[in-house]
Design a protein around this ligand. Structure first.
Ligand code: DWN
Ligand code: SAH
Ligand code: ZN
Length: 409
């Protein structure tokens, strides 16, 4: 039985290649004792459009369910990510924001991790951020934030009030927006004739190569490739002029779009497109193979956790990531297998993880009595975390990893 839906980019036919079944909202951490029957669930499945090759979810979750006052993710939690965004901001300042009164807009600025650098440099900027709590954190740092979803009408209003933007930037946000056509028409209006729209998101080829299936969840509506982004850009009079592979969040690509004809595309674009062809990442056969690898991780992880439980070992989760929701709910990993999840984010602590309801505890509970094993849900921050958790290793602790396969280190 094949299932299909209508492509959000081109109205073509999207064919499903993997079904994760019934899933909760990945960033909805419950207050203990609250009405669990009110928890929102939906069927998480993913497919690819035969026409434009955009990989996308089969069903959209209403945006207000995900991005609201209590959105719990704080971008500034990772020191490595702070450096990553600082480097990007400095580069934009020296290459793009060089005119008389340059203006930069960030879509999804969260707690201001990137805009802080522009604000400190005295650059005119505006963050557009619908999640009130994190927007307030950014505003408290002196960053200009507009609390709304970025879309066509909002872009038109910003244009009227502030004029064209020399840079429009979005990190880990564009892939969150099913109504992306409205965002791109807004960008086309707001972007100065010689300006750039730069965005970075998890890269389909890395997800397939590493079987990082937990990048697929409610918030990640699209998984981009150079091929699908180029097609999408052209529909809006934009051109893909540069691509850069990034090591963050398990492998991303930073795409640069400009008005068509405004800039000469870099050779990196053709090179990445050719590599995608070689890897056949947009072939249904490749994506179905990915699905088989996901099933293997699922079986191996469940088996390992059951064995450790039978041996009386203590296992604690590390990082209450949005990504981990699909892992725990797909594999059926609850508090009987994972005692609690350690997380440094105050808004997640004291709550229960979505669906399977594992308690989230502050980091001190991890370091005060190290478990035998830590299941690294924040595997994308492995380098940073392993560096600061050397005492856990020294105390005999072991890490359980599940990307690209299940192994213990
Ligand atoms: O795309 C998205 C990315 C950028 O952020 C959003 N849809 C939601 C969110 O996804 P995530 O929750 O999977 O992101 P992270 O960055 O993998 O989350 C890391 C989690 O781990 C945070 O809750 C903070 C926590 N953490 C920790 O407890 N100790 C992180 C580090 C680095 C640490 O040392
Ligand atoms: N840029 C940050 C945050 C990523 S999390 C980082 O890379 O760490 C995704 C963010 O996108 C959330 O803060 C969410 O509130 C925001 N978001 C979701 N839809 C949006 C939209 N239509 N316009 C602007 N921001 C949006
Ligand atoms: Zn399509």
């Amino acid at each position: 039985m094949s299932r299909t839906s209508c492509c959000r980019i081109c109205n073509g036919t999207v064919t499903e290649f993997f079904d994760f079944g019934r899933q909760p909202l990945s960033d909805c951490f419950l207050v203990p004792g609250s009405a669990v029957e009110k928890e929102f669930f939906f069927r998480l499945a993913i497919g690819i459009c035969a026409e434009c090759s955009m990989v996308q979810l089969m069903r959209e979750v209403p945006r207000e369910h995900m991005f609201h006052e209590d959105y719990p993710y704080h971008s500034s939690g990772s020191v490595y990510m702070r450096t990553h965004f600082e480097n990007l901001a400095k580069r934009l300042i020296s290459t793009e924001l060089t005119g008389d009164s340059p203006f930069a807009v960030e879509i999804g600025c969260n707690d201001g991790i990137m805009l802080q650098v522009l604000a400190d440099a005295g650059i005119r900027h505006l963050g557009v951020e619908p999640s009130g709590g994190v927007a307030d954190l950014a505003a408290a740092k002196g960053i200009r934030v507009r609390k709304s979803f970025f879309e066509d009408e909002v872009a038109a209003d910003i244009l009227e009030r502030e004029g064209h933007a020399d840079v429009i930037y979005a990190a880990n946000t564009l892939c969150h927006i099913p109504y992306i056509g409205s965002v791109l028409s807004g960008v086309t209006k707001l972007l100065a004739p010689g300006g750039v729209f730069v965005f970075e998101d998890p890269y389909l080829a890395d997800i397939v190569a590493r079987t990082s299936f937990d990048q697929i969840y409610d918030e990640h509506f699209f998984l981009f490739s150079a091929q699908s982004v180029q097609f999408m850009a052209r529909r809006h009079g934009l051109e893909l002029v540069d691509v850069e592979r990034l090591p963050v969040h398990g492998g991303e690509v930073r795409y640069t779009l400009a008005h068509r004809g405004a800039r000469e595309p870099s050779p990196a674009v053709a090179e990445l497109l050719a590599e995608e062809q070689r890897m056949s990442i947009s072939d249904l056969v490749t994506l179905e193979g990915f699905g088989e690898n996901v099933q293997k991780i699922f079986r191996d992880l469940t088996t390992l956790l059951l064995e450790l439980k039978a041996d009386g070992k203590r296992v604690v989760g590390y990082g209450a990531t949005a990504k981990s929701s699909v892992v725990t709910n797909f594999c059926g990993i609850g508090p009987e297998l994972v005692e609690f999840v350690s997380d440094i984010t105050p808004s997640k602590q004291g709550r229960l993880t979505p669906g399977v309801h594992i308690p989230v505890r502050p980091h001190e509970e991890f370091s005060d009595a190290y478990p035998d094993y830590a299941l690294l849900f924040a595997w994308n921050h492995a380098e940073e975390i392993m560096e600061k958790e050397q005492e856990f290793r020294a105390a005999g602790g072991k890490w359980i990893m599940y990307v690209p396969d299940v192994h213990v280190v």
